[in-house]
Design a protein around this ligand. Sequence first.
Ligand code: ZN
Length: 294
Amino acid sequence: MRLGFDLGGTNLAYGIVDEGKIIEKGSVKLTDLSPEAISNHMTKAYVELKEKYTITAVGIGVPGIVSQLDGIVVKCVNLNWVMVPLAELLKEHIEVPIVVGNDANAACIGEVAFGGMKGYHDAILLTLGTGLGGGVVAGGKLLLGHQGAGTEIGHMIISSGEATCNCGNKGCFETYVSATALIRKYNELGTTHVQDAKSVFDRLENGDDVAVEVVDWFCEHFATGIVNLYNIFAPEVIALGGGVAKAFPKFEARLLHAISNRLFTNDLTYGKIVEAELGNDAGIIGAAYLADYQ
Ligand SMILES: [Zn+2]
């Protein structure tokens, strides 16, 4: 059995994972965000759980740039961490192998190992929430890049840009393809406002003209990003996760049509687009299995 941690900016979730299933879960609300405080929470969870389970490995997903092969969190804005040697801090107290990785990469591994992309060797997860995160598995291995800084898919620049991204650039994929983008665009164009992305898709169902325009805009840019990913990685499958993915059946036909207009060649079978299956558990499950894909 393995212990997976999903570290967020306010919460540390963890679980004992056995054959891709979480058999015991826990979480800690974070007040002190220092590496010492958080590594102490992790150690405590490990020590408690190893009384009940035989833990053979520990994996941790962190919301930032992680040099996975070194176990170092290079930068995590939410926690205000720079160059934190998390694996080293934990090794003093945890005697089994520890892998520290990026949280979106962990979710991708969860989906490849046990979820919507199970069995594929070339696979991409796109998680659409307030931003757009993702991970790439190429030839059966997680693509990390130097210092683990690769596959920041949400910051792939797909246009000269409308809105400014959190990263300071314009034209980033996530400024078109995320819940935040859908809400912003609707509220720019509409005379009434929405608070969440679900409302945009609900209004689409009701034939609201602004919602139609916004979802078309979303799908056109989504298709541009996906075709870039097709041309660079040639995935067999792309899974969509996160809150916005729940509306996939409502925008699937529009998205596939927009993609078909952009394909490099019609002589190839490009990756199918599916829904992710593990939901919020993907992070914990995938973290526990990061070691198998590096
Ligand atoms: Zn950006």
